[in-house]
Design a protein around this ligand. Structure first.
Ligand SMILES: Cc1cc2nc3c(=O)[nH]c(=O)nc-3n(C[C@H](O)[C@H](O)[C@H](O)COP(=O)(O)OP(=O)(O)OC[C@H]3O[C@@H](n4cnc5c(N)ncnc54)[C@H](O)[C@@H]3O)c2cc1C
Length: 382
């Protein structure tokens, strides 16, 4: 293992690998990524991997639109020898309350003003897109045909391989156990395989990011929470877009392999690091999906699993440095949208670390917003 590095990135999920790739592409040498398990073993490999541009704030729309642009050509850009399986089947986001109808109209107005291909549609128009949708449950919907889904393992692999080709060293099964500082400045990282001297550390540790902050005495306002998901047996194509509802608490999509993947949140989950699966989720998920999309209830479930959402008080990520410790950066706290933001996380974090002008102004997402009580309120967050 290298004994010194210019930048050490903790976490081998989509964020860590995308940050490493972007920094290396800009010519930074001696970058190390440390991953305690295998690549994409955290939330990245456990996520629904849905990709949407339909957000309710201009900043999030822009970040997501740019990320989607990247995914569209990622196989070529990353010179990947495989296929990240980006399928743009669209996102059908259904409304079920008058409040949602109103919010969705506002969202679409904003999204269209940014050049997004999106429409506010009636429940009957939604049924034309997904014919077995139970429209008794919905009042309206929005549809963007360019949203979609991709394979999180292959996408992370593509970034990691491209980063390695540019000289990044990625050490898997290597756990960061401590971070050294001197006079308020990062000086090194301790791992179970030895120490690395460095002046820059990026915390991209997903659900474990708070414990990385603790290593340098920074109390990051995040907590982790289990989110569960399941997948059915593969079947013939039956559903083009992701169907999603905030108020009915469901997202579900058919993957290119034919399986239908679905998840929902549970406000009563304990805030800890457990990633076990529960019968309760299976039961509630089955009821929710059968109510909204009845034929899916006839399919057999083949697997269920869980992963960690890393959540801030406004459910928006924390990007950037901290005042207390020079050289300590964070890219954490994405709730349910860190995968789709991956490409821009990589680019914007590389710009922040190198002191460049930001492609999109995300300065409102710094850690200081919580102290200043300047939360970033996004109406369409999960
Ligand atoms: C069920 C579920 C569904 C989701 N659905 C979506 C979705 O549809 N779309 C979307 O965009 N997002 C979704 N998300 C959110 C998304 O998965 C995450 O926001 C994103 O993957 C975060 O990526 P990351 O690289 O920051 O973190 P992670 O993928 O969690 O990576 C962090 C890595 O850090 C490593 N690590 C931690 N501590 C240490 C240490 N001390 N030393 C070394 N390594 C360490 C971990 O092992 C882990 O691999 C979902 C999440 C879940 C759980």
């Amino acid at each position: 293992m290298l004994k010194t590095a210019d930048i050490v990135i903790i976490g081998g999920g989509i964020s860590g690998c995308a940050i490493a790739y972007n920094l290396a592409k800009k010519g930074v040498k001696n970058i190390v990524v440390l991953e305690k398990n295998y690549l994409a073993s955290g939330a990245t490999g456990r996520c629904g991997a849905g990709i949407r541009q339909q957000w309710g704030t201009e900043m999030n729309c822009r970040v997501a639109m740019e990320s989607i642009k990247f995914f569209e050509t990622a196989n070529e850009e990353l010179e990947y020898d495989g296929d990240i399986e980006f399928k743009q089947g669209g996102y059908l986001i259904v409304a079920s309350t008058p409040k949602e109808d109103e919010q969705f109209k506002k969202n679409v107005e904003l999204q269209k003003s940014l050049g997004m291909e999106v429409d506010f549609i009636t429940s009957h128009e939604a049924k034309e897109i997904v014919p077995f949708l139970n429209i008794d449950k919905i009042t309206s919907a929005t549809f963007c045909p360019k949203d979609g889904h991709l394979n999180p393992f292959l996408t992370t692999d593509a970034y990691a391989k491209a980063a390695r080709r540019l000289g990044v060293k990625i050490y898997t099964f290597t756990t960061v156990t401590g971070i050294k500082t001197e006079n308020g400045r990062i000086t090194g990282v301790m791992t179970d395989k030895g120490d690395i001297a460095t002046n820059v550390v990026v915390n991209a540790a997903g659900g474990y990011s708070k414990s990385i902050g603790d290593m340098v005495g920074v109390d990051i306002p995040v907590f982790s929470e289990r989110h569960q998901i399941l997948v059915t047996e593969p079947v013939e194509p039956m559903m083009g877009p992701m169907v999603m509802s905030f108020s009915l608490n469901i997202y579900t999509q058919q993957t290119p392999h034919g399986s239908i993947i679905m998840g929902r949140g549970d406000n009563n989950e304990p805030k800890d690091l457990r990633i076990t699966s529960s019968w309760q989720f299976l039961d509630e998920m089955a009821k929710t999906v059968t109510d909204l999309l009845p034929p899916i209830g006839r399919l057999r479930v083949i697997r269920q699993w869980a992963g960690l959402y890393n959540i801030t008080p406004d459910r928006q990520p924390i990007y950037g440095a901290v005042d207390e410790v020079e050289g300590f950066y964070m890219a954490v706290g994405y709730s349910g949208h860190g995968f789709m933001f991956g490409p821009m996380t990589g680019l914007l974090m590389s710009e922040m670390i190198l002191g460049e002008e930001l492609t999109i102004d995300i300065s409102s997402l710094g850690i200081d917003r919580f102290e200043k009580n300047e939360l970033v309120l996004e109406p369409s967050v999960v």
